[in-house]
Design a protein around this ligand. Structure first.
Ligand code: P6P
Length: 334
């Protein structure tokens, strides 16, 4: 494939499909540059005094790592001056972050999990950044949390970066999914995979199996049938992976198929799973569907869910369409 830069890709997409207006192109380039900065900070590890906990908790009641806070600040500072955004929202901040009055407001709203997979930071396992882009409602003057509460089907762009053996940036603007690899010597993002497609069949599933005793019956049925292997009802053997970094599990599934599951379970009856709808499930669902996969909460398409709260959680089943359809059918059968 011809190696082209992120900027050339965005300019050519706009020229050919008129799908990436200038402000959206600026947004994507600014987020990509912020991910490059985060990758550099993450890569320093113990040499950069960035490991360990920050001694604070986020809105989710989770201990914040130093890199969680640093990554959040990098994304805020990178995006507030460009005039492309009206406001931002982050897993690491309780309320939304309007653009400071000293800067012009734009028509987009950016949501992100600045560093997903934090429990893996200190042990050098792949982590990443997830982002989602919505349009500000027409006529909005002062952004409020309510303006963010749009279903995932309203997203105009979504993407993630994985800080792993390679640093990659994967995103969609609604016209397929492309992957860019960071050329660390040149400091540039280079197109390395075009129009990624997820196989509809798979032999690999991802779930935290230590929670098996807490699962609801449809999940237990679905996983047990896979564990029964060739002689069981599925008639084939399955493999399991669980990296505990959603970005890394999703990137593997985009590349070779699979199903990722974080279901609700009996541990917290009032908590519908662990993952957040607005800046984890929705962006990943957009990417997965754009690559030919499926994403549901066990009952309905994730991108059809009408949000009620900025940090609400949702059960997640996403990946190879045939598998997502089967586990969703088991939920509907009860
Ligand atoms: P568990 C990371 O903390 C995260 O939000 C996702 O990236 C990951 O898939 C999941 O939680 C891991 O959760 O319960 O297995 O540690």
């Amino acid at each position: 494939m011809k190696r082209i830069s992120l900027t050339q890709y965005l300019v050519e997409e706009q020229r050919m499909h008129n799908s990436i207006p200038a402000e959206l192109r600026l947004l994507i380039e600014v987020v990509a540059r912020a991910c490059k900065t985060i990758s550099h900070a993450v890569g320093k590890g113990a040499l950069g005094d960035v490991l360990g906990s920050a001694g604070s908790e986020n809105i989710q009641g989770e201990v914040q790592k130093k890199l969680d806070i640093l990554s959040n600040e990098i994304l805020l500072e990178a995006n507030e001056w460009g005039g492309h955004l009206a406001a931002m929202a982050s897993e690491e901040m309780e309320s939304i972050h309007p653009i400071p009055h000293r800067y012009p407001m734009g028509e987009y709203m950016l949501l992100f999990d600045p560093l997903d997979g934090s429990s893996n930071i200190d042990v050098n396992v792949s982590i990443g950044t997830i982002f989602s882009v919505l349009k500000a409602p027409d006529g909005m003057v002062t952004p409020t949390e309510k303006d963010f509460l749009q279903p995932g089907s309203k997203q105009v762009a979504a993407g993630y970066a994985v800080y792993g053996p390679q640093t990659v940036l994967v995103f969609t603007t609604g016209d397929g999914v492309n992957c860019f690899t960071l050329d660390r010597e040149m400091g540039s993002w280079v197109l390395t995979q075009k129009n990624m497609r997820i196989p509809s069949e798979t032999k690999e599933f991802a779930i935290n199996a230590s929670n098996a005793r807490h699962w609801h019956p449809p999940v237990t049925r679905y996983v047990d049938e896979m564990l029964a292997g060739k002689t069981g009802p599925r008639g084939k053997d399955f493999n399991m992976r669980w990296i505990a970094s959603m970005v890394a599990d999703v990137h593997r599934i985009l590349n070779r198929g699979g199903i990722f599951m974080y279901p609700a379970d009996a541990r917290e009856p009032d908590m519908p799973g662990k993952l957040r709808l607005m800046y984890e499930a929705n962006p990943m669902a957009f990417i997965i569907e754009q690559a030919g996969g499926a994403a549901t909460n066990g009952q309905q398409r994730i991108m059809d869910i009408q949000p009620h709260k900025l940090h609400q959680r949702v059960p997640v089943f996403l990946g190879s369409s045939n598998e997502v359809e089967l586990v969703t059918a088991y939920h509907k059968a009860g």
